[in-house]
Every structure is written in C-alpha cells, then in structure tokens.
Design a protein around this ligand. Structure first.
Ligand SMILES: N[C@@H](CCC(=O)N[C@@H](CS)C(=O)NCC(=O)O)C(=O)O
Length: 292
C-alpha cells in the first residue's frame, strides 16, 4: 500500500499550522471570531451569508423555488462570505453561526431577528415558514426528513472524507482514498436504488430532500466535484443521472446555482444577489457586445 511512512501519533496532539493541506490558512482547532466585522444588512426580510458551494447552493435553490411559487416573503439578500479569506471568522458571522461555516441565514421579518445555521436546518426552517416543499402527512414527512438527514450525515464522508483525500490532501494516501471511495460509491448506490423506485428522492413530489442532495450527489454525478467522475464511474448510476438532469432543467435550480458563485465561467457567477433583476442583468452582461 502506498501509505505515508512511519507516523506515530504523539501522546498529546499539538497544532502544526503547516500541516493543513490546501486549507492550512483557514483550518484551526479553536472556535470563535478572529476579528471584528459586522455583517451587512440589506432591505429584504431574509439575509443570507453564504458561498456557492454545495452546502450554500441548497439554500439558494430553496429561496428561488419559494419565490417562483409566489412567496414574496422569501425575498432575500445573498451576501458573499469568502471562506478562503477567513470571512467566516468575523465577529458578525460567528454571532449568526458559532460554527463558522456557510450557509447562515437571518430572518428579519419579525420583531426580533432569528438566526438559523446548518443548511439542513435552514431548509426545514424555510419549508415550515412558507408551508412548502415539506409534506405535512406524517408518513410522507418522515420519508422527506429521513432523506434530508441522510444527506446531512452522508455528505461529510463525500466532502471531508473522499474529496479531501482524493483532491486536496498534500499526499495521496491509498488507505484513505480507498476507504472513502468505497463509502461514496455505496452512498451513490443507495440513492440510485431509491431513484429507481421514485421520481424524486422522497417520493412523487419535489421536496427539500432533493434540494439538499442534488448539489452534492447530483453534482458528483455530473462531474462537478473533485474531478472524480471517471474515478468513481458515476455514469453507472443511471437513476441518479436521470434525476440530476431533471432538476438541472428547473430555472430555479439554474438561478440558485449562480448565487454566491465565485468559480467557473464568469457568466454563471452572481457574487451577490439583492434583486430578482440581478439575474437578468447578468444575462444581459453575457449578451452585450464586448466593450472595445
Ligand atoms: N453541516 C454544515 C456544513 C457547512 C460547511 O461545511 N460549510 C463549508 C463550506 S461548504 C465552510 O463554510 N467551510 C469553512 C470552514 O470550514 O472554515 C451545513 O450543512 O451547513
């Protein structure tokens, strides 16, 4: 096996700053803010502080879905949190999410602001607030929430496990890549078998379970994550592919994927979203002739 040679853990772990791999500059063993920085507040009831990663995209898809359904109360300002620059450690962000990770939401529609952190919790909060995308009938609701929490429990193996060791770790460790590739393929198979039985993940209806799972497992199936499509042979998961293609056709999903995005084709990046017209401006930018 091609393992890193001869590491013996010391009696007590100490922080070796240079050992953090690609994220050495932001990973720390302590919580709390590193600097004072208030968060900006826009004019809409909902203030989102996020980045266009799979966890961030779950929430922007949900907000775009709610707006498309006509819920004006779902109007939102999406502010950019650049995690590579440590924005998640500013005092204002930490006050909204003590865990210092995007996405974080503040609902300012009531007498007192309500903070919500953890993407699954934000999806459920919004679904309950607007009475949409989560079933009320007990069996259907249980199925939806089971798949939502399946995603929350599973994705760390995909991102923090497989993605980290396959794409980001400074050395390729066969044992770690093997272990997490096996688990991620098992997860893809779980989803594939489910989607062989039902149109959407929780059954016949599109729900927050789809919105949570799509950016991770749909993204993996479509080859957007970690350059691992061939390695994991994602084409073999035909039902996941069918479902991901179906969701990708939704204009709401397309818009949600643009918000707070800072990589890829510049035409697909809307760094901040403060108005529905921001998407059109973006499209016009794309169509406008280049300035001489
Ligand atoms: N369980 C959390 C995970 C959030 C998460 O890991 N966010 C990442 C970006 S996808 C982050 O903010 N990382 C910054 C850091 O770890 O400092 C959720 O679903 O909201």
């Amino acid at each position: 096996m091609n393992d890193a040679p001869g590491y013996m853990p010391p009696k007590v772990w100490t922080w070796q700053k240079e050992n953090g791999g690609r994220f050495a500059s932001i990973n720390r063993p302590i919580a709390g803010p590193t600097h004072d920085k208030e968060l900006p507040v826009g004019r809409h009831p909902l203030q989102l502080y996020s980045l266009g990663t799979p966890n961030g995209v779950k929430v922007t898809i949900m907000l775009e879905e709610l707006l498309a359904l006509g819920h004006a109360g779902a109007e939102y300002d999406a502010w950019l949190i650049r995690i590579g620059d440590g924005n998640q450690f500013g005092s204002g962000f930490v006050a909204v999410n003590p865990n210092s990770k995007i996405p974080a939401l503040v609902d300012r529609s009531g007498p007192e602001p309500i903070r919500v952190f953890e993407s699954g919790s934000i999806l459920l909060y919004l679904a309950e607030k607007f009475g949409a995308f989560v079933p009320t009938e007990p069996a259907a609701r249980a199925e939806c929430l089971s798949w939502l929490f399946w995603q929350m429990g599973s994705a760390p193996y995909l991102g923090g496990g497989f993605g980290h060791f396959y794409a980001y770790a400074p050395t390729k460790i066969e044992y770690a890549i093997d272990r997490f590739a096996m688990e991620v393929k098992r997860q893809l198979d779980v989803l594939d078998r489910r989607l062989a039985e039902t149109e959407y993940v929780a059954g016949g209806d599109y729900t927050i379970a789809d919105m949570a799972i799509f950016p991770w497992y749909g993204g993996l199936a479509k080859g957007w994550l970690y350059g691992a499509a061939e390695f994991l042979a994602v084409d073999q998961y035909r039902n996941v592919q069918r479902w991901a293609d179906m969701l990708l056709e939704r204009p709401t999903v397309q818009r949600g994927r643009m918000v707070n995005r800072v990589s890829g084709d510049p035409a697909t990046q809307l760094h901040e979203r403060h108005d529905a017209a921001d998407f059109e401006t973006k499209t016009q930018d794309k169509l406008a002739p280049a300035k001489a």
